[in-house]
Design a protein around this ligand. Sequence first.
Ligand code: FNR
Length: 365
Amino acid sequence: MTADLFTSLSLADAAVPNRVMVSPMCQYACEAEDGLATDWHVQHLNSRAVGGAGIVMAEATAVEPRGRISPQDLGLWSDDHADALADIAAFVRDQGSLPGIQLAHAGRKASKTRPADGSEPLQPGAGGWETIAPSAEPYPYDEEPPATRAMTEEDMEGVVDAFVDAARRADAAGFEIVEVHAAHGYLLHQFLSPVTNDRDDEYGGSFENRTRFPLEVIDAVDEVWPAEKPLFVRISATDWLADRESWTVAQSVRFADRAAERGVDLVDVSGGGLHPDQRLPRTGPGYQVPYAERIGAETEGDVAVGAVGGITTPEHADAVVSNGRADLAIVGREHLRDPYFTLHAAEKLDRLDDVHVPRPIRRGF
Ligand code: FNR
């Protein structure tokens, strides 16, 4: 049987009720700068679950304070953080959606003001902090960046432990999916790409060496994350830096296979974010779908793929799945415009019998 947008998807022991995922989207809404979920996160995530998406993936959630992009980022570095998220996970589950959470470390892209305040680098002493990265090379901002320190092995062990602790807490808080963020130029992507990794130890240089740390993180998370719950990784399929030695789709295919061997159930395929010189060959509807399609086709193992980027209509989301280009249609900004994207898609595609419409709003559909 060919799958379509309303066919359930089996991942690990979970059944995702449909093929729509709310893409992780930072809300920069922790006004107290403590990483604790606020009423805004409750509304943002819960309303998208009411809207029928099969998976509601919470935003990039920092595994340690210096891994935050901005001081207002969500975090999961203590049990209090998990407690603040538990009711959200329970409510999302009650709507029949799978609650997921993206675990993140921004590396050298940390310590900035939030987009609403200009995304400007923040200096230590002025609300910012020293950042860590594979190499002591700060992100090339126009403005003065905060200092970036090359990670020692001890730093790396600390970051692995922080991912592990956050994964344990995500499980305890009731999340059904964890996604390791290895895309968009953040810490794990900084290790993968030769553009940002010029280490001369076993974590830099060859493909084997550059992928070692991200795979160690995935391995360690997989060890504590329950086998019956799906594990995702988000990657940038390419740096979009064709003018230099960089991370490519071919390397992403190999990395996806290695990640799958370590227990990853789905590779969420995004792109870029590593360097301001990036040049996108195409934009517009489905601009990254070809990468997901290629990774799905060329990986040797049995790993599902998710496509994201410029998917905004029910027909397009359905076509991505029906034409076998990806197993999951991941929708970001359209979910900001329309939290009820999946219910509206079911209405438009005449599939309301195949979605869960919560009882209090059933008369509206
Ligand atoms: C994002 N994006 C993003 N990606 C990610 O992996 N983790 C995150 O926390 C965020 N945060 C975020 C915030 C906001 C406001 C936007 C608009 C985007 C990227 C997002 O998940 C998605 O990949 C892109 O927006 C492309 O998909 P759409 O929006 O074209 O469907």
